[in-house]
Design a protein around this ligand. Structure first.
Ligand code: ATP
Length: 199
């Protein structure tokens, strides 16, 4: 599985629709300061579900929407799509290509899609956790992340490695199951109280 294409529209400095096709192997993006290189990695992180505006170098999530220039009015929506080649079936879905899309409007509303079908963020996270791709894993290594890994406490380092190995989703599901268990126990306790009152 490899990243095949990145498409942006209205995302940060990319007002026009831009399509970047990647070949297998290493791709290097070069350009002068401020031309938008880091905006591209922000876009990848964002479409994978990043919820922190700060980690995307903004203050609010709307900051990812093109905010206009002297010659061009601001836009009302940002959209990013990421397409992976899935001919090796790394993601167990019967598609040669898997494309995920995220959209956000100035109103704050947002949408996610897998192969153009509307979905939840959780569906995207679960899909990619199976092959170790996530915004938290080292599939995206920002400046300073290596330092962070080296100086992390052993427990923190284990979380990174678990994420990479694709078992982060089980941790997520366990947390969710425990939360539901707790809610059910509370509900049960309430029912027992009511029964006692009625007796
Ligand atoms: P450097 O080499 O200095 O790290 P870079 O190529 O990584 O630079 P970026 O940080 O990706 O550059 O891009 C910065 C540019 O993106 C700035 O000119 C900034 O004004 C522009 N920019 C960021 N957010 C928006 C936005 N919402 N709307 C329009 N332009 C934006």
């Amino acid at each position: 599985m490899y990243l095949k294409r990145l498409e942006l529209r209205g995302f940060k400095s990319f007002a026009e629709r831009v399509e970047i096709n990647f070949e297998k192997g290493i791709t290097v993006i070069v350009g002068p300061n401020g031309c938008g290189k880091s905006n591209l990695t922000d876009a990848v992180q964002w479409v994978l579900g990043e919820q922190s505006a700060r980690l995307l170098r903004g203050q609010r999530m709307e900051d990812v929407i093109f905010s206009g220039t002297a010659k061009r009015r601001p836009l009302g929506m940002a959209e990013v799509s990421l397409t992976f080649d899935n001919s090796d079936q790394s993601v167990p879905l019967p598609f040669e290509e898997i494309s995920i899309t995220r959209r956000v409007y100035r109103s704050g509303e947002g949408e996610y899609y897998i192969n153009k079908r509307s979905c939840r963020l959780r569906d995207i996270q679960e899909l990619f956790a199976q092959c170790g791709i996530s915004r938290a894993a080292f599939s995206i290594t920002a400046q300073g992340k290596i330092d962070e890994f080296v100086s992390a406490r052993p427990e923190e380092r284990r979380v990174f490695l678990e994420e990479l190995a694709g078992i982060g989703r089980y941790r997520q599901r366990k947390a969710e199951a425990l939360r539901k268990l707790e809610e059910t126990e509370d509900a049960l306790a309430r029912v027992e109280d009511i029964i006692l009152e009625m007796e």
